[in-house]
Design a protein around this ligand. Structure first.
Ligand code: SAH
Length: 277
């Protein structure tokens, strides 16, 4: 059976051994790892993972692909296929019936790009509600532009709300760029492999909801100076001396503040009981 890639599911089959190798290497796999794979597709990455780990739990939405995967991996006792939407399935509940599978500790995946944001949120949680059982590591193939934003440093053009949200919860590294030709069919954009390593926020926000709100407001009108776009939370007369006391330039824009500076600002504001309540 020849399966034609379906656009609505963001199907682009990876066909580069070099990239597969880079993904596997970046995942620093151990024989006791349980891997969550999102969108195994035809199973090229799955095939590389299986000999190296204790189990692969794969979630695939496409029914025809699931049928094919079941046929191909019929004898593989440490492969578990969950047919469904990664955004809707409860992986822990699904694996509860299979005693040989533990909760996955790592994620390795070539994900569907059209739902990258929601997938990241499901895996990492949010500033206000971090995933209470974080993964040790996540190696993901994403759009290059997203990879650049995930790994951007403050002050660079790519640094945005996504950078702050994700870097608050995880260390982010770009492993390698991946040209569109590494896939069939080639997507319209280039890609990159990233590795996210969740860890407790440092420094942590005293009021994570306020931090979330500040980041949202700050980046909503990126070009404006912070002192002009945070006015719904704090008036300018109070914000300017506060920025100065935190050694933040009072003319700063959202993208100029490091994650630590965002947290410092949020914590300084949350100490003042008139905001964020
Ligand atoms: N890992 C494969 C395929 C990547 S393409 C490879 O590297 O070749 C993305 C895959 O995600 C496709 O198989 C697609 O069917 C699947 N997918 C798309 N949306 C999904 C969703 N919401 N939940 C689970 N899988 C999904």
């Amino acid at each position: 059976m020849r399966l034609r890639p379906r656009k609505q599911f963001g199907q682009h089959w990876l066909r580069s051994d070099r990239v597969l190798h880079q993904i596997i290497k970046a995942a620093t796999l151990r024989p006791d790892d349980f891997i969550l794979e999102i969108g195994p597709g035809m199973g090229v990455l799955t095939r590389q993972l299986l000999p190296l780990v204790a189990g692969v739990i794969a979630v695939e939405i496409d029914r025809d692909l699931c049928q094919k995967l079941r046929q191909n991996f019929i004898d593989v006792y440490h492969f578990l296929l969950i047919e469904g939407d990664i955004l809707a399935v409860d992986v822990s509940a699904e694996i509860a019936a299979f005693p040989q599978f533990q909760r996955p500790n790592k994620v390795v995946a070539n994900i569907p790009y059209n739902i990258t944001g929601p997938i990241l949120e499901k895996l990492l949680g949010t500033i206000a509600h971090p995933n209470p059982q974080p993964f040790q590591q996540m190696v993901l193939l994403v759009q290059k532009e997203v990879a650049d934003r995930l790994c951007a440093k403050a002050g660079s053009r790519a640094f945005g709300a996504l950078s702050v949200r994700v870097q608050y919860l995880a260390d982010c590294e770009q492993i390698c760029s991946v040209p569109a030709q590494a896939f069939f069919p080639p997507p319209k954009v280039d890609s990159a492999v990233v590795r996210l390593t969740p860890r407790p926020p440092n420094p942590a926000a005293h009021n994570p909801r306020l931090l979330d709100q500040l980041v949202k407001l700050g980046f909503a009108t990126k070009r404006k100076m912070l002192r002009n776009n945070l006015t719904s939370v704090v008036d300018r007369d109070r914000l300017i001396p506060l920025l100065e006391s935190l050694n933040i330039n009072p003319q700063a824009r959202a993208e100029d503040l490091s994650v630590a500076a965002w947290v410092a600002l949020s914590n300084a504001l949350s100490e003042d009981n008139t905001v964020g309540e």
